[in-house]
Design a protein around this ligand. Structure first.
Ligand code: CTP
Ligand code: CA
Length: 224
């Protein structure tokens, strides 16, 4: 649409959204990453902006375009993503959709690691990355509404609820990302919304529709 004239229930609200993967360098040419297209996080950022919010999108490396109408901060690594998110506080809403790499290489090599004939492959010593959602969920400047995702391949409801509690979120949108579901990289998503007062199963829909329904859920917390 050239001009969106719909209702703006999030006018005057600030939102921070993370999206995409992070890339954790092994050396200047190699990295560790999670699978993530950024489609779901970018759609949510665009939808919150359409509802009137002032949106900062912190995106890892993706091949999709920047959504219109949002401020986009491009980062590579989880620590950079964390720093960009914290620098964007205070905010009313945080939606952490990024597939953050859980581990990074403890000491990335400054030069390309070369194969050495007859030698074993180099060992990779990993260290844990900061948990951005957990940091925001327990922050002194915690946004009023904090939403996370939970990518699971089993025990979706149980694992999602334990993430809700551990990370201090108001909602977790949990999904089964087993290869047979086609969610990873695809355009459709089936989520279970886990809240403090119970779970709700949303039917399979496209990622745009998930963004719209989440936008309505978020807006309901700021009306009246
Ligand atoms: N998340 C984050 N920072 C991390 C890891 C995860 O902000 N370092 C956020 C994700 O953006 C998502 C939520 O936490 O909103 C859950 O991510 P997930 O990978 O499912 O959870 P983990 O706590 O990393 O647990 P695991 O990967 O072991 O299932
Ligand atoms: Ca993880």
């Amino acid at each position: 649409a050239l001009l969106d004239t719909g209702p703006k229930p999030l006018a005057g609200r600030k939102a921070i959204v993370t999206s995409g993967p992070t890339h954790e360098p092994i050396d200047p040419v190699r990295y560790i990453a999670n699978r993530s297209s950024g489609k779901q996080g970018h759609a949510i950022a665009a939808e919150l902006a359409r509802l009137g919010a002032d949106v900062t999108l912190v995106s890892g490396p993706v091949t999709i375009p920047d959504p219109k109408g949002v401020v986009v901060i491009h980062v590579e690594r989880a620590e950079e993503m964390r720093d960009a998110v914290l620098a964007a506080l205070p905010a009313d809403i945080a939606v952490m959709v990024a597939a953050v790499a859980d581990w990074r290489v403890a000491t990335a090599a400054g030069n390309k690691i070369k194969k050495k004939p007859g030698e074993a492959p180099p060992p990779l010593l990993l260290t844990e990355n900061p948990d951005i959602l957990k940091t925001v969920g327990h922050h002194a400047k915690r946004p009023k509404l904090v939403v996370g995702f939970a990518a699971e391949t089993q025990n979706v409801a149980e694992n999602g609820r334990s993430k809700l509690e551990r990370k201090g979120a108001d909602y977790i949108l949990a999904n089964d990302v087993s290869p047979h579901t086609g969610i990873m990289g695809g355009d459709r998503n089936t989520v279970k919304v886990i809240g403090k007062s119970g779970d709700e199963d949303w039917p399979e829909m496209d990622k745009q529709a998930v963004a719209e329904r989440l936008g309505r859920l978020i807006a309901s917390h700021f009306s009246g």
